[in-house]
Write a new protein. Structure first.
Length: 467
């Protein structure tokens, strides 16, 4: 079955099959969302293409072709996470982002390094399940419709000769009353009617509490261990038809799919296509010192990560998952430490290293308007829901970018994330008034930008708290 780009459908044209994407085309897709950083894009594009190439190899060769993990070096807010996330969406791969600083050496309070593989497998299972749900959606909707009609007309299975609504001359007797109800149901005329249904009780607070984040942080997943001891309960609810359809559809979809097959597919997808973005790896870069303390713990975390990155088998609630062919993309600012501070064994598992460039003034201007999901396009879409047409002049874009670059140079450099704060302060009044605005055409020019933001930008003390 061909794999299509995320967001495309089989009716869209033209269609681009994932296995036909060249590295140049992959970079072009990433360019739609991330400005600049050509070296990092080329590195991940080659990594994805090699993964596609590997799938075409004979099994005896493919098992020995390991992914070339990537280390991205650069400050925050310049696109490291977005590149990895967009790559995963492009390839429909299971993806998680996790901070290396959340892990601690085994024996201390903190996350177990194997938990990231369990989390990645959970994502893969959910992706596979949603795909299976979509495949049987039509059949599930038909079954739910029949069940709702059975509730609305309980005697519909019995055909009495005295019933004037039964056409006895038809090849198969048709209950005209049921068909009338079906038409009303499809038209939404019965959405407000109350019916009583049986559905699964998904609010098992005990399991959620036992298997919550607190226990997971200690590397103990009690939800995995004891989940089978708390079987799903069925409860009766009296709700509107519109709500009942939603509950019953989920139950029907779950009854129609084969969870064993979904689990097998998800594990295979995790092992062959999983991507883990390991952020803040510079925070655990440290070598053992004679004084011990924190440096020992950091090296301990690195040694715990090493077998996962090298390739091992991790026990999850769905079975054993092998990490040999999971792609690891790590990132860090390395302002204080440097990549050579990592233990040699871990350094060797990240052979591809790319240094991301700091954002220029031109980059900041392009970030505001160029990507498909740019901040300005987001604000324009939000305010359009209330009939407001928001537009920015070119000099306004330049003014915002210049202010962002200035603040990043004189305070903490947080890259493009500074744009979020500036735009939020700039558009606060328009967003607050919203539909109350008399003038629905709001034009943001350089004068408006300076009026709203100059006071914050020039006041050194104030901007430390606000910007």
């Amino acid at each position: 079955m061909p794999i299509y780009l995320s967001g495309e459908t089989k009716t869209a044209a033209p269609l681009i099959k994932l296995d036909e994407l060249t590295p140049r085309q992959i970079v072009a897709e990433l360019d739609k969302y991330v400005v600049g950083q050509a070296n990092a894009k080329r590195a991940v594009a080659v990594a994805l293409r090699n993964r596609i190439r590997r799938q075409k190899l004979p099994p005896e060769i493919a098992q020995d072709v390991l992914p070339k993990n990537i280390l991205m070096i650069g400050s925050t807010g310049i696109g490291k996470t977005e590149i990895a996330r967009r790559l995963a969406r492009l390839s429909s791969s299971p993806f998680i982002k996790i901070e290396a600083s959340k892990f601690t050496e085994v024996g201390y309070v903190g996350r177990d390094v194997e938990s990231m593989i369990r989390e990645l497998t959970d994502v893969a299972v959910d992706m596979t399940k949603q795909a299976a749900f979509a495949d049987i959606l039509g059949l599930a909707e038909i079954n739910v419709e029949e069940k709702i009609l059975d509730i609305l007309l309980p005697s519909s299975d019995s055909y009495y000769p005295s019933d004037p609504e039964i056409d006895l001359h038809a090849e198969k007797p048709v209950n005209k009353t049921r068909e009338k109800l079906r038409e009303q149901l499809r038209n939404g005329d019965l959405d407000e009617r109350l019916i009583e249904i049986e559905t699964q009780d998904r609010s098992n607070q005990t399991i959620d509490f036992i298997g919550g984040q607190g226990m997971e942080e200690m590397g103990v997943n009690f939800k995995d261990m004891f989940g089978s001891l708390f079987p799903t309960k069925t409860v009766r609810r009296k709700i509107k038809v519109s709500e009942a359809r939603r509950f019953m559809l989920r139950d029907e979809q779950e009854s129609l799919v084969d969870m064993e097959q979904i689990t097998r597919t998800a594990i295979e997808k995790t092992e062959s296509a999983g991507i883990i973005f390991l952020d803040e790896i510079d925070k655990i870069a440290g070598r053992e010192t004679s004084g011990g303390g924190a440096d020992v713990s950091r090296e301990g975390v690195q040694r715990d990560l090493l077998p996962i990155v090298e390739g091992t088998s991790v026990n999850t609630r769905y079975g054993m998952v092998n990490t040999d062919h999971i792609l690891f993309i790590s990132a860090g600012a390395f302002h204080v430490s440097k990549p050579s501070d990592l233990i040699p064994e871990l350094q060797g598992r990240f052979p591809i290293r790319v240094e991301l460039e700091s954002l220029t003034l031109d980059d900041l201007k392009r970030i505001l308007i160029q990507p498909k999901n740019s901040l300005i396009k987001q604000y324009q879409a939000l305010l359009k829901t209330e009939g407001i047409k928001l537009s920015f002049t070119e000099d306004a874009i330049t003014a915002i970018a210049e202010m962002t670059a200035n603040i990043n140079q004189t305070t903490e450099n947080i890259g493009a994330r500074r744009l979020h704060t500036l735009l939020e302060n700039l558009l606060e009044e328009i967003s607050f008034l919203g539909s109350e605005l008399v003038n629905k055409d709001q034009i943001i020019d350089a004068e408006y930008v300076h009026t709203k933001l100059d006071g914050l930008v020039t006041d050194q003390n104030l901007r430390q708290y606000i910007l």
